[in-house]
Design a protein around this ligand. Structure first.
Ligand code: COA
Length: 89
């Protein structure tokens, strides 16, 4: 996807409610981030997170990307916070 006219990979996660709270999303996102780092090292990886979604924020942090406030922007349902593995300029 494009983020502020920069090509990035989008780390998106959604799991069945019956699986929530068992660490699966954090584990899966961490594996994906490691795979991307090894196999697609030239592309930044970003996660878009609604600030009120604490579980989503925790998954992004556990996976490795860090908060990049200057890339925050409007999403489908209000402000999205951006976490990125590499900082696009
Ligand atoms: C976001 C989502 C994938 C998390 O799934 P999950 O399997 O519950 O995640 P995990 O069990 O790996 O928990 C992740 C972290 O969130 C925390 N957490 C989980 N539910 C929480 C809640 N209701 N409130 C606060 N923290 C919560 C966990 O303690 C864990 O924190 P830690 O890594 O510091 O231990 C899941 O809630 C979901 O599918 N939500 C709907 C889709 C969505 O919002 N996707 C994100 C859009 S990018």
């Amino acid at each position: 996807m494009d983020l502020h006219r920069t090509q990035v990979l989008h780390l998106f996660y959604r799991s069945a409610t019956s699986a929530w709270g068992q660490g699966f999303a954090g584990e899966a996102a961490t594996k994906v981030t490691a795979w991307v780092s090894r196999h697609v090292p030239d592309l930044p990886l970003i996660a878009r997170v609604r600030p009120a979604n604490i579980a989503s924020r925790r998954v992004a942090i556990r996976a490795g990307p860090t908060r990049t406030e200057h890339l925050d922007g409007a999403g489908y349902a209000g402000l999205d916070w951006i976490y990125a593995s590499k900082l696009p300029n």
